[in-house]
Write a protein that binds this ligand. Structure first.
Ligand SMILES: [Fe+2]
Ligand SMILES: [Fe+2]
Length: 170
């Protein structure tokens, strides 16, 4: 799916996102280590709703794997955690995605809103650093780093990554 279509779906998903129910939260917790859960808890309502949906789809797809690797569902839950500290609302994320690489590279070093906007494109690196710092499992760290890269640049196993990607795109 193109990034713009994904973005439009995410936009409406975001503004209409419902809080996770107690049952849904109970499903999430056992899939995460203590450190991973501390990161996931930082997501806003819209991101919790999105990552929950991705993880449920990943669970459905996991039957296609001979062996489900450790951290598979956690990787789905945490792929976008690099967005947490940027604290951008839905509209700002749309601007950041559409502006994309056209924002001056120097802005990434800036303090304040423009810096956070420019760093949005770095959310994969920011996420993998954040996950490393809490001792997250290797697949979880790697998928955060890889999830917007072309397949030939993945550290994650291709079959595993393709299912995680499909779960994110649907
Ligand atoms: Fe992402
Ligand atoms: Fe996503």
């Amino acid at each position: 799916m193109s990034e713009v279509v994904h973005l439009v779906k995410r936009f409406f998903g975001s503004v209409m996102a419902k809080k996770l129910s107690a049952t849904e939260l109970e499903w999430v917790k056992p899939h995460l280590t203590e450190g991973e859960l501390s990161v996931w808890n930082g997501f806003n309502t819209a991101d919790k709703r999105h990552t929950y949906g991705v993880a449920k789809r990943a669970e459905n797809f996991s039957g296609q794997l001979d062996t489900v690797p450790d951290g598979f569902i956690a990787a789905a839950l945490l792929h976008d955690c690099g967005k947490i500290d940027l604290q951008l609302d839905t509209m700002s994320r749309v601007i950041a995605t559409l502006a994309g690489s056209k924002l001056p590279a120097g802005w990434r070093e800036k303090q304040g809103y423009l810096g956070r906007l420019a760093r949005y494109r770095m959310h994969p690196e920011l996420g993998s650093e954040k996950l490393t710092s809490v001792g997250a499992r290797q697949l979880v760290v790697d998928w955060a780093a890889d999830h917007h890269k072309p397949v030939d640049k993945w550290n994650v196993d291709t079959t595993v990554g393709e299912l995680l990607k499909k779960a994110d795109d649907e």
